[in-house]
Design a protein. Structure first.
Length: 469
């Protein structure tokens, strides 16, 4: 019987993907969840062993959700834990290539995490032989569990979430690290870790740990969210090479003793090469302590991006601190100011109705192009800031404004009409209104610190959909 034309065409087609080199197969499989990557072994003899050489082993949310769905009938937490580690054990033992990264999230609310922690210590020697470079371990249930001994690993990237950090400075393991992320990590004994090539350090609500515990002469990026802070941490500790700095402070600073000299000067005057600054929560109030000069003694010539979140724009000291930062950054390109998030549905009485920003005829921001206001209420200080920026930014393109929902339509219209009357140094400058606030790194860091989101620190540029007033 003659074959149909469709069958002939089907037989003549080539399996282009299967004919690709093996390393391409591995890269393709690297984009799949680990279970799906393993399943490709049944496709053909060409694919049978490809999954065993994928460089990234990710045992996180999707993997865990599938595992827990399969084990839903097992109510014993110990049985669930043993079955989970059994699957991971099999994958590790069958894997016959180098492992660039290993990532594990421990489902502490669904199985016995103590069993998993015991196996982690057994996996470390195997990962060392596989020449692992990136290690990420998440627990989210800080208890008696200590971080595994990774001194035998030549790691370049370490990420720990909710562990007890039991190392001393003699433990090793930091020689090759370029990126360290510690979230909800605790350490009881103070010690200094030598990190000769460390470039990025992230610390989110860590107990007994701060950037002062790391001797990192090449540090470029420092991100931290903490519940307390000391100025001693910013004085003469090798932060002069920082290009990106972010800090958020969780607790109210009302009970702190007043500073005799400007905290803003103490903290920022040593950051000579800084290009991006992100300030969140109570840290702006902390910087305002001791008063703020009109400008910093040493201008921040390299500063391009300034992002200040959760700012109280009815506090004169805080406003003066903000203006000092703006005036001290002659090459600023992007400015993002976000008021306190808790006021989203609240309009309180403006106690600064007669406030005016002190103007300087010889002051200009020659590089400023984008300004964003989040949770805009239309208080006098906000309007004065908009007026000040429009008058001194000759290349300004857009001022984005996200208004809180509590502002009534008639009030919004009055505010919009007033801003249209402001003098503009740039003929291209326009005001656009946002339905949603811009999500920035500070919103994310604040969420980590308050336990509202998993850690995925990054900076999102761009703005959301806009609409006319």
């Amino acid at each position: 019987m003659a074959e149909s034309g469709r069958t002939k065409v089907s037989r003549n087609k080539k399996d282009i993907i299967s004919e690709l080199p093996g390393n391409i197969h591995e890269n393709i499989l690297g984009f799949l969840p680990i279970q799906d990557a393993v399943r490709t072994s049944i496709l053909s003899t060409t694919w049978r062993h490809s999954w065993k050489r994928i460089p990234h082993l990710i045992f996180e949310d999707e993997f865990l959700n599938r595992m827990m769905d399969k084990l839903i009938q097992d109510c014993d937490f110990k049985i669930k834990a043993f079955k989970l580690v059994s699957v991971i054990n099999n994958i590790l033992l069958l894997h016959n290539g180098p492992i660039a990264s290993f990532s594990l999230t421990i489902p502490t609310d669904e199985c016995d995490s103590r069993i998993i922690h015991d196996y982690i210590d057994q996996w470390i020697p195997l990962l060392a032989r596989k020449n692992i470079k990136q290690l990420s371990l998440e627990d989210w249930m800080l208890g008696e569990f200590t971080a595994p001994h990774f001194s035998s690993l030549g790691l370049t990237h370490l990420r720990l979430v909710s562990f007890w950090f039991s190392y001393t400075s003699a433990s090793g393991g930091f020689t090759y690290l370029t990126n360290i992320e510690l979230i909800d990590v605790a350490m009881s004994k103070q010690c200094i870790f030598d990190c000769p090539v460390l470039e990025k350090l992230t610390l989110v609500v860590c107990t007994g740990l701060s950037h002062t515990n790391f001797h990192a002469p090449n540090l470029k990026c420092l991100h931290q969210m903490c519940d307390e802070i000391s100025l001693a941490g910013f004085e003469n500790l090798g932060l002069e090479n920082l290009t990106e700095f972010s800090c958020g402070l969780l607790y109210c600073l009302a009970e702190l003793e007043p500073s005799e000299t400007s905290n803003l000067v103490k903290v920022l005057c040593s950051l000579h090469k800084i290009e991006k600054i992100y300030i969140a929560a109570e840290f702006i109030q902390y910087l305002a302590g001791g008063g703020s000069p009109k400008k910093l003694p040493k201008p921040l010539h390299y500063l391009k991006t300034l992002n200040i979140s959760d700012i109280n724009l009815v506090d004169l000291d805080v406003i003066s601190c903000l203006l000092c930062l703006i005036r001290s950054a002659p090459n600023l390109c992007n400015l993002n100011i976000s008021a306190e998030i808790w006021t989203e549905f609240l309009v309180y009485e403006d106690c600064l109705k007669d406030y005016r920003v002190e103007d300087f005829d010889d002051f200009t921001m020659d590089q400023l192009e984008i300004v964003t206001f989040g949770y805009f209420k239309g208080c006098r200080a906000e309007l004065e800031l908009v007026k000040f920026l429009l008058a001194h930014a000759p290349v300004l393109k857009t001022v984005f404004i996200h208004r809180i929902k509590a502002v009534k339509k008639d009030v919004s219209l009055m505010i919009a009409e007033e801003m249209l009357q402001y003098t503009r140094a740039s003929s291209r400058a326009q005001i656009r209104y946002l339905e949603q606030p811009v999500v920035d790194i500070y919103t994310r860091i604040a969420a980590h610190g308050m336990g509202l989101a998993s850690c995925n620190i990054g900076y999102q540029t761009g703005v959301n959909k806009s609409h006319k007033p």
